[in-house]
Design a protein around this ligand. Structure first.
Ligand SMILES: [Zn+2]
Length: 533
């Protein structure tokens, strides 16, 4: 590997990232994320602050037993407290006890913080930096020094900010990290300041940027271009306030745009980036951001007809990189803006034989979609319902069942309410009528429908509801009280989403439920399409 072009990535999702307001990771979550980061080739993983709480100490006990492929675990902490000896500092001793080989400790680089917050002297702060680094090194640790508020400190008292870095260098820090702790710096400032630091120090320089001015990724990249060789960040940019620098953007930018290397595993592994991003969202209980560069669901989604037409001819006409390089995929969105090209591309995605020669069918599909969107349906998110429309218009649809009757009753008995769903379906010339009790009307409706279908199609048992979502439909015709219901289904392998719209939430739900089960039957039992999947 060409070391001069190697940038060391330092992940702090589990330490700084978990300081995000909405994020809580359990011990098991943290161990699973560490394994994923290791697998992705992240060399340094900061997992917690052993001196700050018993939970992080417990985590370090578990981390010792992990067998990692390549990553090194980093313990976080601060420089020693003012006016005590390092060997008496509980926080530094906790780092040593955590049994890691690398520590990252932060110290003050802004004189304002030293005098107004720590309330100690500028001289004592310099000793705190050097003593702490020396003490950890004496115990066999490599030390990364995080110069907290470095950029703000540099702007107000350049001379002192440099003295702090010098103290860290002289004490033997392996890496000195310039922190934009308040996240307010702009890219040109980070470039200029980092460049001066790189020129003055021999120690490798790193960046730790927060996103308060929306520039954490740009600032990190500018730092690298100015000569830094270490970048800290989190997966999906989770972190305090507006978050940390997003490694899901920094890594592909450094590797695919600038030709740097950030892992010994090579550029191939970037195909796992989307999976890594979604995994962290899942464990953080956060919805993925569809607009996130590189890894978001919309990052390579095309909607306007002209764009779709162009991207199908020459992908790079509207795509900055091939989506598969980061494990993402092109999405051809079908909405009322759609043109002919979208319909053909969508059919191709569905594995259905539709080309330009069948212009009448294409037009019918297009008109049908426009009509439905006018009524408040959002089809670009509901591939299950859209698939059924294609089958019907292309003459490939097979009718498996017919709903003859559905009724929901909700009654209160002795203070608790009881909901019954009654459903009659017809399959060929046979009818069944079933009743099911649920904990709410939609639940009862689903249970009854499923029970009836099971009589004819036992495999329907495999289908599960993953998600149920209701929103107000923005109907152009102006029926303000209409709702749109999205339901996500899975059979354990495939997932699909269906949509229903009505002024009655039960009607809208029924429509989406029926489409969901119908989709599954088409995929498994319709000879015209089932074998193609
Ligand atoms: Zn931070």
């Amino acid at each position: 590997m060409d070391k001069s072009r190697y940038i060391e990535i330092f992940d702090t999702t589990l330490r700084d990232g978990s300081q995000s307001k909405d994020v809580y990771f359990s011990l098991q979550d943290k161990l699973r994320i560490i394994a994923k980061l290791d697998d992705f080739g992240i060399p340094l993983i900061e997992v917690g602050w052993p001196g700050s709480n018993p939970k992080d100490r417990e985590l370090f006990n578990h981390v010792k037993n992990l067998s990692l492929k390549q990553a090194k675990i980093v313990a976080f902490g601060s420089t020693r407290k003012a006016n005590i000896r390092s060997d008496k500092d509980q926080n530094l001793n906790a780092i040593i006890d955590s049994d890691v080989s690398i520590a990252a400790i932060f110290g003050k680089a802004w004189d304002l913080h030293v005098t107004a917050i720590l309330k100690t002297s500028l001289e004592e702060n310099l000793s705190m930096v050097s003593d702490s680094i020396e003490y950890l090194r004496q115990h066999g640790l490599e030390v990364i020094f995080d110069a907290e508020h470095f950029f703000d400190g540099y702007k107000e008292n350049r001379e002192y900010a440099f003295k702090v870095l010098k103290a860290a260098e002289e004490a033997g820090a392996r890496t000195i990290v310039l922190c934009d702790t308040n996240g307010g710096c702009l890219p040109h400032e980070v470039y200029e300041i980092t460049k001066q630091v790189v020129e003055k120090l021999k120690t490798p320089i790193g960046l730790h940027c927060h996103n308060d001015s929306g520039n954490a990724v740009a600032n990190s990249i500018q730092g690298v271009l100015a000569g830094a060789s270490h970048v800290q960040g989190t997966i999906n940019g989770i972190g305090e306030r507006c978050g940390n620098a997003d490694l899901c953007q920094i890594i592909p930018n450094l590797e695919l745009k600038l030709g740097f290397r950030t892992s010994s595993q090579g550029v191939e592994r970037l195909r796992k980036l989307v999976a890594l991003s979604r995994y962290v969202y899942e464990l953080a209980h956060l919805p993925p951001n569809p607009y996130q560069p590189f890894v978001g669901k919309n990052a390579f989604a095309h909607k306007g007809g002209v764009h779709v037409d162009a991207v199908l001819k020459v992908p790079r006409s509207y795509e900055h990189i091939p989506p598969e390089l980061v494990g993402n995929q092109r999405q051809i969105s079908t909405s009322e803006l759609s043109g002919k090209a979208n319909i053909i591309a969508k059919a191709r995605e569905f594995g259905l034989p539709l080309d330009e020669s069948k212009i009448d069918i294409i037009r019918e599909v297009l008109n049908h979609i426009k009509e439905m969107e006018y009524k408040g349906y959002h089809l670009e998110n509901a591939d299950g319902t859209l698939y059924l429309i294609f089958l019907k218009k292309m003459g490939l649809y097979k009718k498996f069942f017919e709903l003859k009757y559905a009724r929901m009753t909700s009654e209160t008995h002795d203070g608790s309410f009881v909901v019954d769903g009654a459903v009659k379906i017809r399959v060929d010339d046979k009818e069944v009528y079933v009743i099911a009790e649920g904990n709410g009307p939609v639940h009862a409706e689903d249970l009854a429908l499923r029970k009836a279908l099971r009589e004819f199609f036992p495999e329907i048992e495999r289908v599960q509801l993953l998600n149920y979502n209701v929103s107000i439909a923005d109907i152009s015709a102006g029926t303000a009280s209409a709702v749109r219901v999205f339901i996500e289904f899975t059979d354990g392998k495939d997932t699909w989403i269906t949509v229903g719209v009505s002024t009655n939430i039960l009607e809208a739900s029924k429509e989406a439920l029926i489409d969901g089960y119908d989709y599954f039957l088409q995929k498994t039992r319709n000879p015209a399409v089932a074998h193609k999947q």
